[in-house]
Design a protein around this ligand. Structure first.
Ligand SMILES: [Zn+2]
Length: 147
């Protein structure tokens, strides 16, 4: 009981650009930390651990926990939640949050991390020139028409 606040709650429930409408809150009954969805008419309470594998998702389904999917919005670092109806709409490579049930072990305690943005490559790093093109480039480079 009264575990420490999971540090990734500030990523899951950011103070700004909170597109998933998640708010960190201690459960009023069991005092565990939860992520509360506040974007709908009814608040939905999730355990903060992220379900990241088929095994986690299967466990949650066997325990009949309601799931919501974390959907990343491109490479923006933003995400929103998408309701999942039972086993339908479950993809094994997805990330999910499972419904919080008081006084039960969370399905997952895995922290939430945003994927790294793909690193920008220096221009032309993966462009292969033919020998002819290289010669043509060198010719133009040495004798620019604007000189
Ligand atoms: Zn609780």
């Amino acid at each position: 009981m009264s575990q420490r606040k999971p540090p990734w709650l500030r990523i899951l429930c950011p103070a700004t650009c909170n597109t998933a409408h998640l708010v960190p809150r201690r459960c009023g009954r069991c005092r565990e930390w939860t992520a509360v969805y506040t974007g709908g008419n009814v608040e939905e309470v999730y355990d903060p651990g992220i379900l990241m594998s088929g095994r986690d998702v299967t466990t949650a389904l066997l325990l009949e926990r309601r799931l919501t999917r974390i959907v990343l919005i491109g490479n923006s670092g933003l995400f929103h939640l998408q309701d999942v109806c039972g086993a339908r709409g479950i993809q094994t490579d997805g990330w999910y949050l499972a419904e919080h049930v008081c006084h039960t072990t969370p399905v997952s305690n895995k922290p939430f991390r945003l994927p790294r943005r793909p690193r920008e490559r220096p221009w032309g790093a993966d462009i292969a020139f033919t020998e002819e093109e290289t010669k043509e480039f060198e010719r133009i480079w040495r004798n620019p028409s604007w000189a």
